[in-house]
Design a protein around this ligand. Structure first.
Ligand code: NAD
Ligand code: MG
Length: 402
């Protein structure tokens, strides 16, 4: 009999959260839900809690707590309701929890993911922004606490699957795996890969969120359209696999079937292929080291016919260029890049700024950070402080531009 994992799903009402619960429900013999969290969709959280019977739910404030109580049906045992950001981190570190799915979007997910690492949990990391903002701190916490780190982002999960199968591969590496020359990160190119560049100024949030291959939350969908997502993923791969950035190559692959590749010094390239469905990497993380059913259908290669690969266009996708520059500059620039982007994308989704202003806002904040004094960034508080400072700067810039 497999050991039963008690899973805390941070961000359970999101796209990754819902897919995680779908996989968990397929394996009642080995997976159970200990905690669920939501920031806004409290009705959906209650529906999830009725189906999965967690011991704990976490909501952002007293208002959301009352709403949860009001809609909870009489006669059913109500889960313990914990409130606020600290409760997310405390629950991730709860002794009852074995496994944490870090699926909150944005830097808001960092404290919970870090708390899970510090408590030595199995951490299933979807929240790439945690590594972008605090890669060094996070990987150090994994090492010190002996946590297990499994990448859920499909590209990093693919790379993880293609790396040598060593006994310590869930521990944070200090150096690139033996024999590996490069990591090849695939990117779909998003909905605007072929749009005339002069039309980009007029694209709407709905068009930006209509990803050709993946169904995802709105923030990551816009990031995929600008390819900032791929920039965040280069930074993520740099930390996860201890790989210098000049050995990480982005390859545009419009079909999203090859999820990423590892190139070895003997000329071999290993790839992981599959349907573009996040339940595959989620099931990999939940089942590791065994393979478990995910509900994902077969990939009919003959029906696909061909797979295409291209070099990314840094003129069309300035956010990718800015991300690579930020990684070259260091942690302060990476925190700035991420925070400025979160504000810019939010402004675009609310209709306050145009799509083409997203890179302008990021560049403005990066320039401002480059001109400021280098700050110490050794603690979570330091990171959150710079994150908050950049958000204020980006918000002011957004207001001034609309
Ligand atoms: P989403 O927008 O669908 O869901 C986000 C979740 O986070 C929701 O449950 C929401 O309630 C919660 N949340 C939002 N703001 C919060 C806050 N301030 N505090 C606490 N909780 C908050 O996002 P998603 O698409 O599921 O993405 C989640 C993370 O996974 C992101 O970091 C994303 O980059 C990463 N990821 C997603 C996919 C995908 O296919 N969706 C793929 C790879 C990586
Ligand atoms: Mg990805």
């Amino acid at each position: 009999m497999p050991v039963v994992q008690r899973v805390c799903v941070l961000g359970s009402t999101g796209s990754i959260g819902v897919n995680t619960l779908d996989v968990i429900a397929r394996h009642p013999d080995r997976l159970s839900v200990y905690a669920l969290s939501a920031h806004s969709r409290i009705n959906e959280l209650a529906a999830q809690a009725l189906q999965h019977a967690p011991r704990v739910v976490i909501v952002p404030d007293a208002h959301a707590r009352q709403r949860f109580i009001d809609i909870w049906p009489a006669g059913r045992t109500c889960p313990e309701i914990r409130v606020g950001a600290q409760a997310l981190a405390d629950t991730a570190a709860d002794t009852e929890v074995t496994t944490v799915m870090a699926a909150i979007v944005g830097a808001a997910g960092l404290p919970g993911a870090l708390a899970a690492a510090r408590a030595g949990k199995r951490v299933l990391l979807a929240n790439k922004e945690a590594l972008v903002a605090a890669g060094s701190l996070f990987m150090q916490a994994v090492r010190t606490a002996g946590a297990e780190l499994l990448p859920i982002d499909s590209e990093h999960n693919a790379i993880f699957q293609c790396l040598p199968q060593t006994a310590d591969r869930v521990r944070a590496p200090f150096r690139p795996a033996e024999g590996v020359r490069r990591l090849l990160l695939t990117a779909s190119g998003g909905p605007f890969r072929c749009t005339a560049i002069e039309q980009l100024e007029h694209v709407t949030p709905e068009q930006a969120c209509a990803h050709p291959n993946w169904r995802m939350g709105r923030k990551i969908s816009v990031d995929s359209a600008t390819m900032l997502n791929k920039g965040l993923e280069v930074i993520e791969a740099h930390w996860l696999f201890a790989m210098p950035m000049d050995r990480i190559q982005v390859v545009v692959h419009p079909q999203s079937v090859v999820h990423s590749m590892v190139e070895y010094i003997d000329g071999s390239i290993l790839a992981q292929l599959g349907q573009p469905d996040m339940r595959t990497p989620i099931a990999f993380g939940l089942g590791f080291p065994e393979r478990i059913e995910s509900g994902v259908g077969l990939l009919e290669l003959a029906r696909l016919g061909h797979l295409d690969f291209e070099t990314p266009d840094l003129i069309r996708f300035p956010c990718l260029r800015l991300s690579l520059a930020a990684l070259r500059q260091g942690q302060e620039a990476c925190i700035t890049l991420n925070a400025a982007n979160e504000i810019a994308v939010d402004g675009f989704l609310r209709g306050q700024i145009r799509y083409t202003q997203i890179p302008a806002i990021i560049e403005y904040c990066l320039d401002a950070a480059a001109g400021s004094r280098q700050k110490a960034l050794g603690s979570l508080d330091d990171v959150l402080h710079l994150d908050a400072h950049t958000r204020r700067l980006a918000t002011d810039f957004c207001r001034a531009s609309c």
